[in-house]
Design a protein around this ligand. Structure first.
Ligand code: HMG
Length: 406
């Protein structure tokens, strides 16, 4: 169904989404009529609003994740990212697709306390009241408890001069910032009363290490290419200049899906960059190993991406994006997002260690010029041959070469 969908018009692609059951009649009309964020709604998001900054919304196809087909919405301004995702996903699908798993999804909040006289005593005294503290936290947020979520655990650590209380909250499908922050502010005075310290602050942490998601794939590949992709990761792991660019490529996908679904991509990025540095050096978020002609890829990341609440439900386009994805739970969305990051990395590395990144970019640019000039697919193919060895393509050059093809 999605074969060659990228060669169709925008409206025909929207029709395909409808035919495939990805969108309702209402969202079909919204996409067709370009009904997106209005100034009235935008004014509710931020302060001093003056306009709307548009970002293109596209779809990546070919994703087979845990044996289920997905069409993935990308909000992104950069050319070639979606093509790369489709390209990688197509190869991975032909090799059985992705498998992805997230076991727990707990949002972490923290309270920092200083001027503690006896850390061990303070810690023990607070932990003695753990059950009661969790109950008080839950009483402050009955809605999340009614939905089956709530505060689950408290842990305490001493770091420097601080006694840090970590509260673990099941926020169901939400990012959970308001829930967690309210819980923290409710239990802080009681904790201070117990330990007799001074509260510095309480706030959610975006280092979501209790939302670990893992995605994997295995691809039959020419041994030499597989080994070079493996080497590309070794290179990233010894050189921060390369690791940053490698991970930027992964974020091409992760940020695009986070933005399309109304998520706070700054929080996601900050957490993932910290995770990439967990061993004391900034490294690749993915691993690729080539064994006996098969390339095994994996990504394991902390991902508290949400499928409910806040701007996820307020932004009209994020509602469409979630519908395209089949209205996933937050856990499922984390699994999808991790696979997108892994696919993006595979596409970029495969290009980098073989033909280089520019060849694919030029090919896409040539296609865009061809479509712009109303050329048939056959003529575009002929143009591709003529430009095979060119590294720089302009509309003028294309116009010049068209004269050489019938
Ligand atoms: P190709 O194999 O030369 O071209 O790939 P193709 O025309 O044979 O297309 C192959 C498949 O790509 C197609 O299969 C599509 O799935 C997909 P088909 O469906 O035809 O059987 N495809 C497209 N999908 C949607 N729209 C399109 C489209 N064209 C092809 N218009 C391609 C060409 C560009 C895909 C390939 O060279 C590639 O994957 N390159 C990587 C590009 C990339 O990573 N871009 C990201 C931006 S660069 C960057 O920011 C990150 C970086 O710095 C990260 C890093 O350093 O690690 C590179």
């Amino acid at each position: 169904m999605w074969k060659d969908s990228y060669k169709k018009s925008r409206k025909d692609r929207i029709k395909l989404l409808k035919e495939n059951g990805n969108i309702s009649d209402e969202n079909f009309n919204n996409l067709m009529d370009s009904k997106v964020l209005t100034n009235e709604i935008a004014d509710k998001f931020i302060e001093n609003q003056i306009g709307i900054y548009g970002i293109p919304l596209g779809i990546a196809t070919n994703f087979l994740i845990n044996n289920k087909e997905y069409v993935i919405p990308f909000a992104i301004e950069e050319p070639s990212v979606i093509a790369a995702a489709c390209n990688a996903a197509k190869i991975i699908k032909a090799n059985g697709g992705f498998s992805a798993k997230i076991d727990e999804r707990l949002i972490i909040g923290q309270i920092a306390i200083y001027d503690i006289l006896d850390f061990e005593k303070a810690k023990n005294d607070i932990l003695k009241e753990k059950t009661q503290l969790l109950e008080i936290a839950n009483n402050s947020q009955p809605n999340i408890v009614n939905l089956g979520g709530g505060a689950r655990d408290i842990k305490i650590e001493k770091k420097g001069e601080f006694l840090i209380i970590y509260l673990y909250v099941d926020a169901k499908d939400a990012m959970g910032a308001n829930t967690v922050n309210t819980m923290l502010e409710t239990i802080s005075p009681i904790i201070i009363e117990i330990c007799r310290g001074v509260k510095l602050m309480s706030i959610i942490s975006n280092y979501s290490t209790s939302c670990m998601v893992k995605a994997e794939c295995s691809i039959e590949i020419e041994e030499s290419v597989g080994k070079r992709i493996e080497k590309a990761i070794e290179f990233a792991n010894v050189d921060t200049y390369r690791a940053v660019t490698n991970n930027k490529g992964i974020f091409n996908g992760i940020d695009a899906i986070a933005l399309a679904t109304g998520n706070d991509w700054r929080a996601i990025e900050a957490g993932l960059h910290a995770y990439a540095s967990k061993d004391g050096r900034y490294k690749s978020l993915t691993t690729w190993k080539c064994i006996d002609g098969r390339l095994h890829g994996s990504i394991e990341i902390p991902l508290a991406i949400a499928s409910f609440g806040g701007s996820v439900n307020l932004h009209p386009t994020s509602k469409i994006s979630l519908e395209i994805l089949g209205n996933p739970t937050a856990k499922e969305l984390a699994e999808i997002t991790a696979c997108v990051g892994l696919a993006q990395n595979f596409a970029a590395l495969k290009a980098l260690v073989t033909v280089g990144i520019q060849k694919g970019h030029m090919k896409l640019q040539l296609k865009s010029f061809g479509v712009y000039l109303g050329l048939s697919n056959e003529k575009i193919k002929k143009l591709e041959k003529l430009f095979e060895n060119e590294t720089h393509i302009t509309l003028d050059k294309v116009n010049e070469k068209i004269k050489d093809i019938d």
